[in-house]
Design a protein around this ligand. Structure first.
Ligand code: SF4
Length: 654
């Protein structure tokens, strides 16, 4: 098989301590690509519905992408997948770093864990050797960075490591899996799923190469892109090159993209430039000592910083936009040192900074409104901007002690705990909003914004995607991609598909639905092949179709790939329906829907408040799902060749 894949996955049964290889047929890749597309196919087929969150029969998968290890670039994303213990829905998360190629280097497109080990272990695959190694000496003792150092010290620097920290060990529902010393696949709470299996780490070291159909052609497209990048670098690309996502903070607080004070504040007023400037890109990069790249990236938007006088921050990742916005702008905290510190602490603990910040946000608002008092917080004063309190709560969340122990499972569980245990007047409790969708804490992108598409696509994504509440589950750049990619544009002309993707089409709802569908399904392609989304925004058009076709030997159009994206999306969505989730009623908090409206600032009186429900229906119709229940229609499942999904959702009878 020369399709960019290894043609094989590994099953690890942690209860039995056994391994089993499974061959995957070429047709499966052609239908689901690899990455989380392949994971969705396998998990949907093999996992019983309705399992409790830490039932050992839950499958936990670590995946590489179809383009990983080939001669494409931006191809270093690895993914984790399984049923999310945080939301009860399909869960996945992806991350850069150096782990993606290691999965293929040991001969697999993905590793699937089932069962639960009696004692903590880590999986070691070193050349031909596979073993589950006792990790009792690491569990509860070493954070993610120390675990990586330990394993590399024992098995060699070439060993690549993905591991959990205190978060996953404590079954924190907002924990993730780290690689490259603190870079986290943080969303969906899958660190807790890994922790529930007593699996501390996965350590891989191999030298298998990936079979590619036409490596020279892949490389020619890469070289062309790199040449164009030299002259056509976009403004966003320049910002990213200089300071990574941290570079977007100032614009985001001014434009209304960054939520402020649990979505009740206004950036320009509550976190004005004199505060924002203390934590903006210029301030952050002053501490940068070196740049770094993910595997396969010519760009390198990462930075390592050194903060003098703080041992933990001797060598620390430059915080990303989400973290600076979450622990800075949201909490009105302009103390940069505290942001560096909580970023490092959470990365080491393997806890998602987005979820953690949004949970703190809720607590700070509850404190402001007198719902949480000093007595209930263990003496902490949760006043906006109190960076010392921020640091202390984060420490307690990591240690699972004190007030923080009630926040370690995210904002939905925190709200529930205080509502049930502290005898707070339910009416009073309604004054504060836990900003989550189906349990997933909202990221630092405001759905009421007027920027770009006006937050509509973003908010619809928060509600309709199989992993709700996420800002990277759709690909807003997709329409730009078809307008500018020669291949895609030609194909769209040829198939007369152009018109339906123009939002100004004669049927506004149809056009809107197709647009939402496009950005939704395009993201499933990207995650199937393991590319970094940023690569699409740096100026030149990424040769997506060309790379996949040359890698696999297929002769598919962008439209064909969008259909594959739709298939992957539909399986992930069907997973949620089969779990008994009322998918059509997954909604953002009214505050995020713009109800009641903000009365000042760039997001004041957002018109989106009137648009959500219609736009959702437009999306469902375009996807071939029932517009009221979001149930995929039989004809859609047939068209996508998803007969097993049809059987699971409708039973055998026609
Ligand atoms: S652009 Fe940044 S995040 Fe994306 S692959 Fe490159 S270094 Fe990694």
């Amino acid at each position: 098989m020369k399709q960019g894949c290894m043609g094989s996955i590994l099953w690890v049964n942690l209860t039995k301590g056994s391994f089993k290889e499974e061959k995957i047929g070429g047709k499966i890749y052609e239908q689901f690509l690899s990455g989380y597309g392949l994971a969705a196919k396998i998990i949907f087929d093999r996992q019983k519905p309705g399992l409790s969150k830490f039932d050992p029969d839950n499958i936990f998968a670590i995946m590489s992408g179809l383009l990983t290890n080939g001669k494409a670039i931006f191809n270093g994303r690895w993914m984790i997948a399984g049923k999310s213990p945080l939301t009860g829905t399909w869960g996945d998360s992806n991350c850069g770093g150096d782990f993606a190629p290691a999965i293929k280097s040991v001969g697999y497109d993905g590793i699937f864990f089932i069962g639960k080990s009696e004692k903590p272990v880590y999986l070691l695959i070193d050349g031909k050797k596979k073993e589950l190694v006792d990790a009792s000496g690491l569990w509860g003792k070493k954070d993610t960075t120390e675990t990586e150092d330990y394993i590399k010290g024992k098995h060699g620097e070439d060993c690549k490591v993905a591991c959990i920290g205190a978060g996953g060990e404590n079954l924190s529902l907002i924990s993730g899996v780290a690689n490259a010393k603190g870079r986290l696949a943080g969303r969906s709470g899958l660190g807790a799923l890994m922790g529930s299996k007593n699996l501390k780490a996965v350590a891989l070291n191999g030298n298998k190469s990936v079979p590619v159909n036409d490596e020279d052609t892949v490389w020619q497209y890469t070289v062309k892109f790199l040449k164009e990048l030299e002259t056509d670098l976009s403004d966003f690309g320049k910002t990213m090159k200089n300071c990574g996502t941290a570079g977007t903070l100032t614009d985001s607080t001014e434009s209304g993209d960054s939520p402020i004070k649990n979505w009740l504040g206004v950036g320009v007023k509550d976190f004005p430039p004199e505060m924002a400037n203390k934590v903006n890109a210029f301030s952050v990069t002053k501490y940068e000592t070196q740049k770094y790249h993910c595997y396969g990236c010519p760009f390198g938007c990462g930075g390592i910083c050194h903060i003098p006088g703080e041992p933990l921050l001797k060598e620390t990742h430059r915080p990303e936009y989400e973290t600076i916005s979450g622990f800075g702008a949201q909490l009105l905290n302009d103390d940069l040192h505290s942001i560096f510190l909580v970023n490092e602490m959470l990365n080491r603990a393997g806890i998602d900074t987005i979820s953690c910040a949004t949970t703190l946000d809720w607590a700070f608002e509850a404190y402001e409104k007198g719902i949480l008092t000093k007595k209930k917080t263990g003496g902490l004063e949760l006043t906006w901007g109190n960076h010392k309190a921020v640091i202390q709560v984060v420490k307690e969340i990591i240690k699972n002690e004190g007030f923080g122990a009630h926040l370690k499972d995210g904002v939905k569980e925190a709200e529930k705990y205080f509502r049930e245990h502290l005898k707070i007047d339910p009416e009073k409790m309604k004054e504060v909003t836990a900003m989550h969708v189906q349990g997933q804490e909202l990221p630092m992108h405001d759905t009421r914004r007027q920027l770009g598409d006006g937050g509509l696509g973003l908010g619809i994504g928060y509600e309709v995607e199989p992993t709700p509440g996420r800002h990277t589950s759709t690909f807003p750049g997709w329409d730009q991609y078809i307008k500018t990619s020669g291949t895609a544009r030609e194909q769209f002309k040829k198939f007369k598909f152009q018109r339906k993707y123009e939002i100004e089409g004669d049927d506004e709802h149809k056009a809107q639905g197709e647009n939402l569908k496009g950005s939704s399904c395009a993201e499933d392609i990207i995650n199937g092949v393991g590319l970094c989304n940023f690569g699409f925004y740096f100026g030149p058009v990424l040769p997506l179709v060309e790379w996949i076709n040359a890698t696999t030997g297929w002769d598919k159009t962008f439209e064909d790939y969008l259909e594959i994206g739709q298939r992957i999306k539909t399986v992930r969505h069907a997973f949620n329906i089969r779990e008994g989730i009322d998918v059509a009623n997954i909604k953002m908090p009214e505050r995020a829907r713009g109800n009641p409206p903000l009365k000042e600032g760039p997001n004041a009186y957002s018109p989106n408040v009137l648009r959500w429900d219609d736009a959702k229906k437009d999306y469902y119709r375009a996807m071939g799902w029932d517009e009221n229940t979001a149930m995929p229609k039989r004809e859609t499942l047939n068209k996508l060749n998803l007969r097993d999904v049809e059987k699971a959702l409708y039973g055998k009878k026609k």
